[in-house]
Design a protein around this ligand. Structure first.
Ligand SMILES: Cc1ncc(COP(=O)(O)O)c(C=O)c1O
Length: 519
């Protein structure tokens, strides 16, 4: 029998209400305990503490904080108890009642805000962001990247992240640099991190850069926003790939840029333009592994793109979000590495290599743009967390970064092969996979286009959540396809999900098809 007494007691932390806003008037005729009772009651009635977990301070603390006697406090609290505003939990303290007396008197929850009589005015900037989501749909934590075997695209295996190593390095950098990491710090980013990233990019992405060209940012989106704001005036043109990473469109719209979608062929972005089409100031591309189609940009197209940019005084934004995960052939040089005219703004992120929660990325800026980028970053949010930056610098210089990439490449290669084999076996009658050379996603083209609505409905119902390729399209009219992620799940989980999808398609798909035919 386990010894109950010796087991450490787990105590749930509760938030303690401070009642900082209470003001007692000693000159008033109303007794102090009445004033205290009334003001506490009014705060509780405001509805801000209504989840039953808010605890009151002890009567001693309340008396000291408000400068009154404990008996005054006790009188006020006992009245609140008697009226049902408070409940006592022996050994734990006094809590706000789960249901306040007002709940029984009014049918509705007490309103905590005044209804707005006229619709509020929203800026054109918000309206211009091409994004139909509302309310909770914006909460990426709740909608996109949560646990569960969703086969959602672009999710890395965060459970493989070496948390213990990270924690040890973080403790070490805090011990070494102490309060220096708690101050405002460089808008360019931690100098050790910039050195480490420059060395990594020169070595592994064949980039040509020095640490002063690096600006540490809060991920790829911020890299895009800073770049667009630095090189384009509102209304000027940026070309983006079509289909494209959906956030690119949103971010560039936020910067007030006019977006021209450019199609993708089997070599990458199509550069040809009609004579009437305005020239771009910036061209966004994912050359290592086009998102979402997976095309690797050919060498020919790379040089043509750089020539075009040079000829028309444009910049190329190279989003190198997951080049580390290349499974076929030798590593490819970055576009930045073959640019000898300072036309490429190169950007990377740790979102796929390590984890998205860190919100860290980097720009390699052409020298003439560095100051403008830093100026915008300082006006935006100053810099990323110095503690995380210093920890990442250590993580890279001590070799953990490379060993993590190597380990993850192996895990992802195994998961990818497994996914392809299982998918073809279980679902090959309905889809053909387009297997890319790199990356964490795979496009599955439907063999019968008319099945698309039925398949979409079934995937939604069973909680498997590949994205429709059309979600990433702007003008492109592509055949129906789904974009699957495979990286975040073990082979067993992948198989379970694919079996579930295959059997749902078999049973419900047949029913739905029958229904359609007999209608
Ligand atoms: C093309 C592309 N770029 C960048 C990212 C990551 O951006 P961030 O660094 O803002 O997380 C993603 C994520 O899915 C992506 O698909």
């Amino acid at each position: 029998m386990p010894n109950r007494k010796s087991r450490p007691q787990k105590r749930r932390r509760r938030s303690i209400i401070a009642f900082e806003m209470i003001r007692l008037d000693r000159t008033a005729t109303e007794p102090l305990h009445e004033q205290l009772y009334r003001q506490i009651r009014d705060e509780l009635k405001s509805g801000r503490f209504g989840d039953g977990s808010s605890r009151l301070p002890s009567s001693r603390t309340l008396a000291t904080d408000r400068g009154v006697s404990r008996s005054t406090v006790r009188l006020a609290l006992s009245k609140l108890h008697a009226e049902g505003y408070l409940r006592s939990k022996p050994g734990s303290g006094t809590f706000v009642a789960n249901l306040l007396p007002e709940t029984f008197l009014t049918a509705d929850r007490p309103k905590t805000y005044q209804p707005i009589e006229r619709p509020i005015r929203i800026s054109d900037r918000v309206r211009a962001i091409p994004d139909g989501r509302v309310g909770d749909q914006f909460d990426l934590g709740a909608t996109g990247a949560g646990p569960g075997v969703s086969l959602l695209a672009s999710i890395p295996a965060v459970d493989e992240f070496p948390i213990a190593v990270w924690e040890r390095l973080r403790t070490q950098v805090l011990a070494k640099k102490g309060v220096n990491l708690l101050r405002y710090s460089s808008n360019r980013g931690d100098v050790d991190l910039r050195k480490a990233i420059a060395a990594y990019l020169c070595d592994f992405r064949a980039a040509h850069c020095h640490p002063d060209q690096i600006v540490i940012v809060a991920g790829m989106q911020q890299a895009m926003l800073i770049s667009a704001m630095a090189v384009l005036n509102p209304g000027e043109v940026a070309w983006i790939e079509d289909p494209c990473y959906q956030q690119t469109r949103r971010v560039l719209s936020l910067a007030g840029v006019k977006i021209i979608p450019k199609p993708i062929d089997n070599q990458g972005i199509v550069i040809e333009r009609s004579p009437k089409e305005p020239l771009p100031r910036m061209i966004y591309v994912t050359p290592s592994h086009q998102f979402p189609l997976g095309v690797t940009m050919s060498f020919q197209r790379r040089t043509a793109l750089l020539d075009f940019a040079r000829a028309h005084n444009a910049f190329v934004f190279e989003d190198d979000y997951d080049a580390e995960f290349r499974f076929v052939g030798p590593p490819l040089q970055s576009l930045q590495g073959i640019d000898n005219a300072s036309r490429v703004i190169y950007a990377g992120t740790v979102s796929k290599i390590l984890c998205p929660g860190l919100r860290l990325g980097y720009i390699v800026a052409p020298e003439q743009l560095i100051d403008s980028f830093v100026k915008i970053r300082s006006a935006m949010d100053q810099h990323s967390s110095p503690i995380d930056q210093a920890t990442l610098a250590r993580f890279i210089t001590e070799g953990f970064f490379l060993s993590h990439i190597k380990r993850m490449r192996k895990i992802y290669a195994e998961r990818r092969d497994f996914f392809i084999k299982q998918f073809n076996e279980l679902l090959g009658d309905r889809f053909s996979l387009q297997v890319p050379e790199a990356g964490l996603n795979i496009v599955a083209w439907l063999k019968r286009e008319e099945d698309f609505p039925m398949i979409k409905r079934i995937t939604f119902d069973i909680g498997v959540r590949p994205s429709a390729l059309s979600f990433f399209c702007i003008q492109a009219k592509l055949k129906p396809a789904l974009v699957f992620g495979f990286a975040a799940w073990t082979p067993t989980q992948i198989r379970e999900s694919l079996v579930k999808l295959a059997s749902a398609l078999r049973s419900r798909g047949n029913d739905l098809n029958h229904g359609r035919q007999s209608r």
